[in-house]
Design a protein around this ligand. Structure first.
Ligand code: P1T
Length: 416
């Protein structure tokens, strides 16, 4: 069993839901009922109610672009699938419940959710962002949005540094990934959100690596929890999507208007796939974390490995913070192979069970080389300045039998 820490976040209390007058088309989710049970139960039952018309235990896929209206403007709450779709509504209800949030908006991809948040801020806003984030996030901020906002990338693991940067830069938003991709650095969410609140800045936490099963940023003070649903939430590497959960109804309304106006909507079929994947989130996350701990301990003892980074290892520089704010340590491992890029290449070609592929969080184990693959859009100089070197290998540990995974790594080490 994964060690359960931060138990106060385990069982949700129904938040005092204040119903706000939202734009007519914005649906308020059914929050009250959504927070009653343990998360393992909520993954299955919130948004998973049997179909009212037929009793079908699995939700229908409303594969429709539009909805017939009785007379102009008189409809059942659904007008057009870019705006709303009943399958997507179920998914949003479930996800809001998992992050113990009032609201959720799902989008076509994790990056499109990030794009909507960028549009939430007035042009010319200052944004502090962690210096180690997914390569696509870095690319989005430093290419697409660099003309709209001002970004400052800093190491957010030291709250004192964050405080200094906040005083000097006066950000409207602090963007955190914790644990980071791929260095697995951990930021104290409570400490940083307290600094942000004092400075009247918003905080977004990209919670993709933990999933709501292991970490709940909103409870720790964040304004938005963001996920690439493509990863653990869906869990089966067969759909792409993004999700944002929040409690502020006005912010939700604005983000919904942006999603509806810009249009990166999640397809009904993909929403259905994620709803299905979510049902096993609890057992999958436990299995990922259990396997990852065994693999991390194996790697830490390996003579061909220079260093292993896994939040569950005592050697992790922020292990204490991980214990404090996470309910488990997740399935992602980063390690540095002894030797140069040639050795890394040989190793990556040597694995047989681990698939060499970008992405993470699926039931199958993946391996990748961030410098060449997921973080190639981060300039080499920047990569090296944060320690993302050419001998860094990232594992997404799946839920196969752990002995098979270790044997696969062992035979690949022998090829180096
Ligand atoms: O791929 P997409 O659904 O658009 O999500 C982007 C994204 C956002 N945040 C984090 C922490 C991520 O890891 C990702 C996507 N990451 C990969 C594809 C990867 O292999 O790291």
């Amino acid at each position: 069993m994964t060690k359960k820490v931060a138990t106060k976040t385990k069982k949700a209390k129904t938040p005092a839901t204040k119903t706000v007058k939202a734009v007519k088309a914005v649906k308020e989710p059914k929050t009250a009922k959504s927070h009653m049970h343990d998360i393992a139960t909520r993954t299955i039952h919130v948004g998973g109610e049997p179909d009212k018309e037929t009793g079908a235990i699995m939700p229908p896929i409303y594969q429709t672009s539009t909805y017939v209206q009785e007379s102009p403007g008189v409809h059942k709450g659904y007008e057009y699938t870019r705006s709303h779709n009943p399958t997507r509504t179920r998914l949003e209800e479930c996800l809001a419940s998992l992050e113990q949030a009032k609201h959720c908006i799902v989008t076509a991809s994790g990056l499109s959710a990030e794009m909507l948040i960028m549009h939430l801020l007035p042009a010319g806003s200052n944004i502090i962002c962690g210096d180690d984030v997914y390569g696509g996030t870095y690319r989005l901020f430093t290419t697409v949005f660099q003309n709209m906002h001002n970004f400052k990338f800093i190491d957010t693991t030291n709250p004192k540094e964050v405080e200094k940067a906040v005083k000097a830069f006066k950000p409207a938003l602090i963007w955190l990934e914790t644990p980071t991709n791929p260095l697995l650095k951990i930021t104290d969410i409570q400490a940083v959100t307290a600094i942000a609140k004092k400075a009247k800045a918003l905080t977004v936490v990209d919670n993709t690596f933990m999933s709501p099963y292991f970490q709940n940023p909103l409870i720790l003070g964040a304004d938005i929890a963001l996920h690439s649903m493509t990863k653990y939430l869906n869990g089966h590497s067969d759909a792409v999507g993004g999700a944002m959960m929040m409690n502020d109804s006005e912010m939700y309304r604005k983000l919904w208007v942006l999603q509806n106006s810009i249009g990166p909507c999640h397809s009904p079929f993909d929403s259905w796939l994620v709803l299905r994947g979510l049902k096993t989130l609890a057992v999958r996350m436990e299995a990922h974390a259990k396997n990852a701990m065994v693999v991390a301990e194996y790697l830490e003892k390996h003579p061909k490995v220079e260093r292993v980074v896994y939040p569950g290892l005592k050697s992790h520089p922020q292990h204490a913070i991980a214990q404090k704010q996470m309910l488990g340590y997740g399935g992602m491992i980063t390690f540095f192979l002894k030797g140069d890029i040639k050795k890394s290449m040989t190793f990556l070609k040597g694995v047989k069970l681990f698939a060499l592929a970008e992405s993470l969080g699926g039931v199958e184990s993946l391996i990748e080389h961030p410098a060449i693959m997921t973080h190639a859009s981060v300039p080499k100089k920047v990569r090296e300045s944060i320690g993302l070197t050419d001998n860094l290998i990232r594992l997404s540990v799946g839920i196969e039998h752990v002995q098979d995974l270790i044997e696969d790594l062992e035979q690949a080490f022998k090829t180096v």
